[in-house]
Design a protein around this ligand. Structure first.
Ligand code: BG6
Ligand code: MG
Length: 213
């Protein structure tokens, strides 16, 4: 039987591991230091978006303009806070059902990949013990444009040597669902992304993937 999808491309932060909490924590701390309003609603817009683009969204609420050099310093400061939070990350931070779902996909001969906007993806995968687990990793270090641009997912598909239509993307970010669709891939939404109208599937839990592929 030919399967509908030959690969699943997973977003990392908020899909595989709960690092989305740490991004929120680090941005909250930075915003507080700078006296800029920041909340969950604004944070929603940062999901899947690159570090510098996230900063630009946060600065929409700033009461003054920041120079390019200041922006670089802010992004660096946030990343340092984020990296110190990552230091506590372990395999126990894998989101529920992830380990079993990855194993079951493998068993069915379905390829698995990462498609993440994060430049910290390699260090995260190392800390959660999944560095060698994926057939391909495409992340923020290998792309020019971040989600909603499809570049990172197209890079993952080309590393897998598969056409986009053979790939199913799993995302917790609206920007990620849009990126998958623009790239010609199917999109399964978890968490906050389930409210995105472009999603092809909405998952209550990650193991529901096994009834789709
Ligand atoms: C994405 C997150 O995975 O990575 C975004 O959803 C984040 O919130 C982006 O801004 C870039 O991450 P990093 O680790 O390169 O700052
Ligand atoms: Mg995410």
């Amino acid at each position: 039987m030919k399967r509908r999808y030959q690969a699943v491309i997973f977003d990392l932060d908020g899909v595989i591991v709960s690092t989305d909490r740490y991004h929120f924590q680090a941005w909250s701390e930075l915003a507080e230091q700078e006296g800029i309003e920041f909340n969950e609603q604004i944070n929603h817009r940062l999901r899947g978006v690159s570090r510098m683009e996230s900063l630009e969204i946060i600065l929409e609420k700033a009461s003054r303009r920041y120079t390019e050099a200041e922006k670089r310093e802010l992004a660096e400061r946030k990343n340092e806070m984020y990296r110190s939070l990552l230091a506590q990350l372990t395999e126990s931070d894998l989101l529920p059902g992830v380990a079993q779902t990855l194993a079951a996909l493998r068993e069915r001969g379905i390829k698995i990949a990462i498609g993440s906007s994060s430049k910290n993806a390699p260090v995260i995968l190392e800390r959660i013990g999944l560095a060698e687990r994926f057939d391909a990793v495409a992340d923020g270090n290998g792309i020019v444009s971040s989600k909603p641009d499809p570049e990172v997912f197209l890079l993952a598909a080309s590393k897998l040597a598969l056409p986009p239509e053979a790939c199913l993307v799993v995302e917790d970010a609206e920007a990620g669902v849009v990126a998958a669709k623009r790239g010609g891939m199917a999109a399964a939404a978890v968490g906050e992304a389930r409210s995105c109208k472009d999603a092809d599937y909405r998952l209550e839990s990650i193991d529901q993937l096994l009834s789709i592929v």
